[in-house]
Design a protein around this ligand. Structure first.
Ligand SMILES: NC(=O)C1=CN([C@@H]2O[C@H](COP(=O)(O)OP(=O)(O)OC[C@H]3O[C@@H](n4cnc5c(N)ncnc54)[C@H](OP(=O)(O)O)[C@@H]3O)[C@@H](O)[C@H]2O)[C@@H](O)CC1
Ligand SMILES: [K+]
Length: 518
């Protein structure tokens, strides 16, 4: 699904009017109706609209207009509606204009009484800091919410005061439970601090014709999309059909990396997994990973060309090669990597395994001048912010702010790689300037070894013939989905997940790609 900036959204609206006669009032009717439908769908089956007390905060522009249309639909379905028109300071309770007492007293009572408060104050048209009285109004709502957790907060299009292009927020903005955004998610939702204010994201249909495509090159990865990308599993198949993955991962201090990555490649459906390991390491893997096969390499103190040669000799027929997790950073290992890269570059496209470089693979590369010139075509790299900083001459890379988007886009083009930049908002940029962002996140994933799992999943998808951009996108989405399944099945919340817990849930995540509407 496209992600849009404010100006891209405005262009779409203008085109809708010019080319299809869809004027603002028509779009607003559609917006309000779809917001009401999504609101009701989210209430059910626990609550119904009958008798539900909903207070709408109405602003002076079209965002307020959307709120009024939504309110009308909810009223017709049996909800008890109050409307507070901020600019006019006018309160209407179930159709009656309240004038007997000072409006602020009445409004406070309405806030205390509401089951839900709908923020339809400002949307994409906010052009300056919020005025004091609007901040005071939102503060009242926030205060009531901190007293009463059952009070539901919903924003139309976006939480008031959030910058839809950058994710910056006004000091008066408040976090909501659900944002019902219109037509397309806005770029600022994906980056901090804004990300924390959105709550659950719903996308309302405003009736834009399919032929009107936004010009944006940024997409949100959705379950529907991933579902379509997943490789077919024809009945007439064998392990050769689904590709072989070679892993140059793991070393004495970090043996678990190869296990986690190899397992994950198998769990997304790759046909055969081979770990390139030394004899010394073999007993560890052989006892824990029964399904793997092994390419036995000379010990780490052997000459680098011997180590590289042993791997290169085994590579024929492999569809994917993962280099890096737990590999260590000795000069000898760096030499091995260089020689393997040289071999890969020399192969014709159809004979070359797809390459994924992660973790120590990246740390080794970052020590080299113009390292990206050493990579074969279509390589996937998967740095976290620290590794990205080292790859980019020591710059500081944000874990979740908007600057990471431009940086990833620019570097993917400069380095001609598929760049998966991890963080609290993981995104993937490809060499042609397209970007995909993972909306979902799970703080339980912030633990050792989960990156190895992700790298393994990407390799497993590459082995099955997915393109590098698609393999990385699907893996990122399913990695979070698997973590959500762990949370659900182990009854944990935000902490306590082990990377290995993910493994049995990866196949389950593959069948659950449509677990969300998006
Ligand atoms: N157009 C369409 O086709 C569709 C639009 N849609 C909907 O419209 C929304 C965008 O509508 P919009 O452009 O009217 O902007 P909106 O956010 O309501 O605010 C503008 C008003 O607020 C005012 N104002 C600005 N800043 C302010 C501040 N800090 N503090 C106080 N006031 C401030 C500004 O007035 P002024 O600057 O003149 O004082 C103006 O009156 C979009 O988010 C979506 O919900 C959907 O229905 C789909 C179809
Ligand atoms: K709003």
């Amino acid at each position: 699904m496209h992600i849009v900036t404010i100006s891209e959204m405005k262009t779409l609206e203008a085109q809708a009017e010019q080319q299809y006669g869809l004027t603002s009032p028509i779009l607003m009717q559609n917006a309000g109706k779809s917001a009401a439908d999504l609101f009701e769908a989210n209430l059910l089956p626990t609550y119904s609209l009958k008798g539900l007390k909903v207070l709408f905060l109405i602003g002076p522009g079209n965002n307020g207009g959307d709120g009024l249309v939504m309110a009308e639909h909810l009223k017709n379905a049996g909800a008890l509606i109050s409307l507070y028109h901020w600019k006019e300071q006018k309160l209407i309770v179930q159709g009656k204009h309240q004038q007997d007492q000072p409006v602020h007293e009445l409004l406070t009572t309405q806030i205390k009484d509401a089951d839900y408060i709908i923020d339809a104050l400002l949307g994409t048209g906010r052009s300056r800091p919020l005025p004091d009285d609007m901040r005071a109004l939102l503060a009242l709502v926030k205060e009531e919410r901190s007293r009463r957790e059952s009070l539901g907060l919903v924003a139309i299009d976006l939480p008031t005061g959030l910058n839809a292009d950058t994710g910056e927020v006004d000091p008066g903005s408040i976090a909501v439970d659900t944002t019902i955004t219109l037509a397309y998610p806005k770029l600022g939702f994906f980056f901090f601090p804004g990300r924390d204010y959105i709550g659950d994201l719903e996308v309302g249909d405003i009736g834009l014709p399919d032929a009107l495509e936004p010009s944006s090159h940024t997409e949100m990865i959705t379950g529907q999309q991933v579902h379509k990308l997943l490789p077919e599993r024809p009945l007439n198949s064998n392990k050769g059909t689904f590709g072989k993955v070679m892993l140059l991962c793991g070393s004495l201090p970090y043996p678990g990396s190869a296990f986690l990555a190899g397992n994950s490649a198998a769990r997304v459906g790759a046909g055969l997994i081979t770990l390139a390991v030394t004899e010394k390491m073999l007993p560890f893997y052989a006892s824990s990973f029964h399904e793997a096969t092994f390419a036995i390499l000379p010990e780490e103190d052997a000459e680098s060309f011997e180590r590289a040669k042993a791997l290169i000799e085994k590579l024929e027929g492999y569809k994917a090669l993962l280099i890096g997790p737990g590999l260590g950073q000795s000069a000898n290992t760096r030499e091995v990597i260089l020689q393997v890269l040289e071999h890969l570059r020399s192969l014709p496209d159809d004979k070359r395994p797809h390459l994924v470089i992660d973790a120590d693979g990246l740390n080794n590369l970052s020590a080299l001048e113009r390292w990206w010139t050493l990579l074969p075509k279509d390589t996937v790299i998967t740095p976290h912010p620290g590794e990205m900083g080292r790859l980019s001459e020591g710059i500081k890379v944000s874990g979740g702010n908007i600057e990471r988007l431009e940086l990833a886009r620019k570097k993917a083009q400069e380095w001609q790689v598929n760049l998966l930049l991890k963080g609290s908002c993981t995104l993937i940029a490809n060499p042609t300037g397209n970007t995909r962002i993972n909306w979902w996140g799970n703080p339980a994933l912030a633990t050792a070894g989960t990156g190895d799992v992700l790298a393994g999943m990407i390799s497993g998808f590459l082995a099955q013939g997915m393109s590098p951009f698609d393999a990385a996108s699907a893996a990122v989405y399913l990695h979070t989905a698997a973590a959500d399944l762990v949370n659900e099945h182990m009854n944990i919340e935000r902490a306590g997940l082990l990377a290995s817990d993910l493994l049995p849930y990866i196949p389950m995540s593959l069948v659950n790609t449509t677990y969300s509407e998006l």
